[in-house]
Design a protein around this ligand. Structure first.
Ligand SMILES: C[S@@+](CC[C@H](N)C(=O)[O-])C[C@H]1O[C@@H](n2cnc3c(N)ncnc32)[C@H](O)[C@@H]1O
Length: 296
């Protein structure tokens, strides 16, 4: 039997919630190292604590149950509204995925289960000897996998949320990649042009942020290598639309770059009819002798 049916059966057997509300029982959950995160419908939230007590009876090795009342929000992309319902109250976990270890506090840092394929896919594209700039690093979602599995020459990993930056530093140690990743604290829109002014140019730039960070495109362009540089750009889009690529190329053309769409991938459904989309874009300077740009 599936999770929803099992939980419905328990709750109706014990008379925990009125029969007419059984349909609102969640279909799934997120499991972060035996901490089960539910997203309860507001109609059954008054019964949250009682519902949580039955989770260990239908799933194995449960250490805690939480309810997520909010979304991922704000400039730091933080999870909002996590409420403890049952069990152990510790909030720091280590998740191992594709041989990479991610340590974080799940009440302060997002870790989307639906991005697992993308966390695996992005590193696979990296070539030996590359210089990479990861502009929106978080706790190292892409940087750690790239460093651990592909061993590029250097990754400059930029993050401005102090909590995420703390875990990024811990994860670099945990995964033994401090020879490859240089963590940099601050606003990537200021740091990337500074790297360029020091003579650091990248083969690959990752712009992993929702919604798509258009205001960071000029900074990214300031630090691309003059030929064949790839930018991985995330955002929200309709299923078949070319808006993300069009938006990116209309900005880059003002700075004297041609763009070529290399690949477009749908990461996951974001809202009805809206998708979390990743586009890989080659940027090619129209005139190689004038590829350096100035940021206003
Ligand atoms: C959590 S990751 C994005 C993961 C995933 N792609 C998403 O948005 O759902 C984005 C990270 O970028 C950081 N960030 C946002 N704007 C930034 C900026 N201007 N400079 C540096 N880091 C920034 C946030 O603090 C966050 O940790």
């Amino acid at each position: 039997m599936r999770f929803k049916q099992l939980l419905q059966a328990k709750l109706s057997e014990k008379g925990i919630i009125p029969k007419e509300l059984l349909d609102f029982v969640p279909r799934g959950f997120q499991d972060l190292n035996h901490r089960i995160i539910l997203k309860l419908h507001p109609k059954i939230e008054p019964y949250a604590v009682q519902i949580a007590e039955y989770i260990p009876q239908i799933l194995q090795n449960v250490e805690a149950v939480w309810n997520r009342k909010g979304e991922i929000e704000g400039q730091y992309r933080e999870p909002a509204g996590l409420v403890h319902l049952w069990g152990d109250q510790s909030t720091e976990v280590i998740i191992t995925e594709n041989n990479v270890r991610y340590k974080f506090d799940f009440t302060k840092i997002m870790f989307a289960k639906g991005n697992a394929t993308e966390r695996n896919r992005v590193p696979k594209k990296v070539q030996k000897g590359e210089i990479i700039i990861d502009m929106f690093t978080g706790i190292g979602y892409f940087s750690l996998g790239m460093a651990k599995t592909r061993r590029p020459k250097k990754i400059y990993s930029i993050e401005w949320n102090p909590t995420a930056f703390h875990y990024l530093q811990e994860n670099i140690r945990l995964n033994k990649v401090s020879d490859i990743i240089e963590p940099i604290f601050g606003d990537c829109r200021e740091i990337v042009p500074k790297l360029a002014s020091e003579g650091i140019f990248a083969d690959r730039i990752i712009m992993g942020l929702l919604p798509a960070p258009t205001d960071a495109i000029p900074a990214a362009l300031s630090a691309v290598k003059p030929e064949g540089t790839l930018i991985i750009y995330e955002g929200i889009d309709k299923k078949e639309s070319t808006r993300l690529f069009d938006e990116f190329s209309s900005i880059t053309s003002k700075y004297g770059y041609f763009c070529e769409l290399k690949e477009r991938r749908i990461v996951k459904n974001y809202k009805p009819h809206e998708y979390h989309v990743v586009v890989e874009i080659f940027v090619i300077p129209q005139n190689c002798t004038s590829f350096k740009i100035t940021i206003n």
